[in-house]
Ligand binder design. Structure first.
Ligand SMILES: Nc1ncnc2c1ncn2[C@@H]1O[C@H](COP(=O)(O)OP(=O)(O)OP(=O)(O)O)[C@@H](O)[C@H]1O
Ligand SMILES: [Mg+2]
Length: 267
């Protein structure tokens, strides 16, 4: 096996996800939707891939399918050389634990009754029980400090007492406490201002330099370019453009990428 193949930790072949229409008298169309159509991609160790595309293009569905949270209608997802489909429930759980997921909506992704520290600690406690609790607490505090969340907020209720940007940084810490090998980020900095956006990105990049792989879904093309060496553009569930992030997004050759770029606000 060549070293390039050995480094591929995630491989997606011809992935399609079809959602059946909800139907019903008032809820509109009975027709379903192909949220993803024949998507193929791979991700290497220590690599970041940016995924851009307009609203409804299938970005969140892609991340969910990679974790087995949206079932593939066609095609396959391989993690560390094993197909998700062929794994037992336990193996799938173990594989998922090696992945972090920053959900698009930090409000609903944070437990309603937990404090900030408790919410960051929770994934650690689920895996380690009360054993190594002190180590979990110290990791959680370190992460919150690294993400510049003021210490006086660590005891506040995560869902209700924070600003959108602060809540999002708690969600980032929560996804990172188990030191994932693959981090799937759905708009992880959408609620940050320009300076905190840079800080959050630097925290993520530090992990990538340490060998973590990342898929970064974003509407922010500047961020997509800064964060990743490769990027792909989704349009109505299909990859319409893919390649080197810098040249693709600075000098787009594909018509849709050009349209996407011209439609977005620029700094
Ligand atoms: N659970 C679901 N049931 C039915 N349809 C769904 C479901 N989830 C997503 N869809 C549909 O699949 C398509 C892709 O949705 P998805 O959430 O992946 O888009 P997105 O690119 O993440 O959009 P945004 O940028 O707004 O977050 C949309 O047409 C959406 O309505
Ligand atoms: Mg989305």
């Amino acid at each position: 096996m060549s070293s390039v193949t050995e480094n591929v930790i995630l491989k997606v072949c011809e992935l399609g996800v079809y959602f059946k229409g909800r139907g019903g008298f008032l809820s509109g169309s009975r027709e379903g939707v192909w949220a993803l159509k024949s998507v193929s991609l791979s991700l290497e160790r220590g690599e970041t891939l940016s995924v851009v595309g307009e609203s409804g293009s299938g970005k969140t569905t892609l991340l969910r399918a990679l974790l087995g949270l949206a079932a593939p209608t066609t095609g396959s997802v391989d993690l560390w050389g094993r197909s998700l489909n062929s794994m037992t429930d336990d193996e799938r759980l173990q594989a998922r634990r090696r992945c972090g997921y920053i959900l698009q909506d930090p409000y609903s992704s944070l437990p309603p009754t937990m404090t900030v520290l408790g919410a960051v600690l929770e994934p650690w406690s689920v895996v380690h029980g009360s054993l190594f609790r002190d180590e979990g607490v110290s990791r959680a505090k370190k992460l919150l400090a690294e993400l510049k969340l003021p210490e006086e907020l660590w005891g506040a209720r995560a869902r209700y007492s924070l600003s959108g940007g602060q809540r999002q940084r708690v969600a980032v810490a929560r996804a990172m406490i188990l030191e994932p090998e693959i981090l799937l980020c759905d708009e992880p900095t959408a609620m940050q201002d320009v300076s905190t956006r840079g800080e959050v990105l630097e925290v993520l990049n530090r992990r990538v330099r340490g060998g973590m792989s990342m898929i970064l879904v974003t509407h922010d093309l500047l961020l997509a370019r800064r964060a990743a060496s490769r990027a792909l553009v989704l349009y109505r569930g299909e990859i319409v453009d893919a390649g080197d992030a810098d040249s693709m997004l600075s000098n787009p050759s594909h018509a849709y990428t050009r349209a996407l770029l011209s439609a977005l606000p620029r700094l």
